[in-house]
Design a protein around this ligand. Sequence first.
Ligand code: UDP
Ligand code: GLC
Length: 382
Amino acid sequence: MKILFLDQSGKLGGAELSLLDVASAFSPHCLVGVFQDGPFPQALASRHIPYQVLAQSSIAVSKESPWADGAKSLGQLAPLVATIARLGQDFDLIYTNTSKALILGALASRLCGKPLVHHLRDIVSPEHFSRANRTLLVTAANWCAAHVIANSVATQAAFIAAGGAAQTISVIYNGFAPAAYQTAPEARADLRAELGWHDKFIVGHFSRLAPWKGQHILLEALAQCPDPVVALLVGDALFGEDDYVKGLYRQVQRLGLTHRVKFMGFRSDIPPLMQACDLITHTSIAPEPFGRVIVEAMLCQRPIVAAAAGGAVELVTDGETGWLCPPNQAQTLGDLINHSYHHPEQTQAIAQAGYHHALTHFTLDQTHQALRQLLGEFSTKG
Ligand code: UDP
Ligand code: GLC
């Protein structure tokens, strides 16, 4: 089965990190078409996954854009659709991994007559998409996708609520290679010493810096915690959220937290950084479609507090495999962090239960098997 994967981003977001793992299972009998150069194509190259950068400049339409912006970019899109349709002739299936890839892939699949499967990794709701883009996405999926894979039940439900065809969508969770999350035992102590925080209670946050990811909620919560509780924020603004980042720096100053917060920028060494932490928080204020960081924290044997919305509630059982906190509630998050700080034994038990849960439910082998079976059903070689 030869697959043409399509992804709009050159950056390394969760959708692209997931696609790296998916495509490696089909490599070398695949091609990943990317609409932008950057760290994602570089990561494909370093894993020897065949790829091609298909566009010279990024497409100027965002999830919140109205119709008019989409129409204006048609001139830029038509040659890209033609390129994809030409490439598609050599493959058994087109697999789109992002919403812009779906729109272009849908048109191209019509032109080259190859089946299309879309991997829906977004919650198609007003919090994330303009009305115009919700309609466009759902219409393209209904008309052109042989099947839609949702990354969670929440993503599936939002798609159907937005008018998506219920009979064409099913859930496959993201999978992870557990071995990638084991690190040398001394790494934790070394990193904590390097940070100058060997005796602190380190609360980690691992996510691109963006308003809906809610880093500001963690800062507000931290201000309610005692001095030894500190925060490590790993991640950068990937999609131009520079004003939000400036706001976070101002918030740190205003709350008097300069000695208790470190911004690390984008990092590729997530497992050792997670293991250096005592607790990991996920604070999205809009429903998280899946939340890779939640499962990654579990695999690093670290306790997780996740925002109780979207796919996150499918990953965490409150008080058993982690804690759930209502989104946008800094006070409750502060209380949970304090609770964890004062109850190390319970915290340790929760981390262990989360670890075993992730090992049982979210392995890459399980995801690959489910994907192979599903894609086989829809490919021209199926
Ligand atoms: N991540 C990373 N470096 C960073 C911050 C985050 O590699 O500095 C990774 C993180 O480990 C996770 C992914 O980015 O695998 C984010 O995926 P998630 O599903 O949590 O959120 P998304 O950003 O896709 O909405
Ligand atoms: C998207 C979602 C995130 C999910 C990732 C991988 O980036 O925002 O929640 O984990 O895709 O499916």
